[in-house]
Write a protein that binds this ligand. Structure first.
Ligand SMILES: [Zn+2]
Length: 238
């Protein structure tokens, strides 16, 4: 078994045909799916499955091994195994999450390059995100400078390229090695790399826009002090 992950090669796909492999209280497993199952701070997709005039609302997804489990809305009919379905992703939400995820990588690239900061944690909702890092003393004008630089990098319209790379080659990239050595499972021989050309390189499984201009306007609404040098940047897109 196992689900072919369509979103990993085509993040713009919103509708496709599939067959149900398994269906249980745990969720619905399709042979092919573009539902992002969550991970790397990006929440799972929502959407629908259509089959024989019936609609099953999908309110979430998660990955177990090679299977993506789709979570049906409570009370909705669930397609039995071998049913042919048409899957559809809630476009507005996913498109916003792609912009937001790419914005976090752009911000990561800027604070790494300009302040040598390593991000400790990040999370997002559509068009809103947080990024945590250690910075005992916040330089004067930090928020304004980071925000201005991010918007300049967005305007520069850098390409965002996704590719798979042998593990050793990926960890030969200093930024990847510093950020992800402990996060990439040891059994993986290939690492998926998301690169904002000339700015940021990360090991990452998420969905992204194709170039930085598609991120839109980025505002850093707050720099919070969570104690002991632990800072949290709050970001909003418009
Ligand atoms: Zn990411």
């Amino acid at each position: 078994m196992g689900t072919l992950r369509l979103e990993l090669t085509d993040p713009t796909m919103r509708e496709w045909d599939a067959t149900v492999l398994a269906s249980s209280a745990e969720g619905i497993v399709l042979d092919r799916s573009a539902f992002y199952p969550g991970g790397g701070g990006q929440p799972p997709d929502e959407g629908v499955l259509l089959w024989g005039g019936v609609e099953t609302r999908i309110v979430g997804a998660r990955k177990t091994g090679d299977d993506v489990y789709l979570i049906a809305a409570e009370g909705d009919p669930v397609p039995p195994p071998a049913t042919g379905v048409r899957g559809a992703i809630a476009d507005e939400r996913r498109s916003a999450l792609m912009r937001t995820h790419s914005a976090l990588h752009l911000l990561n690239g800027v604070v790494y390059r300009d302040f040598d900061l390593m991000v400790t944690s990040a999370g997002m909702e559509p068009l809103e995100a947080r990024m945590d890092f250690d910075l005992p003393d916040v330089p004067a004008g930090f928020r304004e400078q980071v925000q201005e630089t991010c918007n300049a990098e967005i305007a520069a319209d850098r390409q965002i390229v996704v590719r798979s790379m042998p593990r050793d080659d990926a960890f030969a990239i200093e930024q990847v090695a510093r950020a992800a050595r402990d996060l990439v499972p040891a059994h993986l021989t290939e690492v998926r790399i998301v690169e904002i050309e000339g700015l940021d390189v990360e090991a990452d499984g998420g969905t992204h826009v194709a170039s930085t201009k598609q991120i839109g306007r980025l505002d850093i609404v707050k720099v919070e002090n969570k104690g002991k040098g632990f800072r949290r940047l709050r970001v909003r897109l418009s």
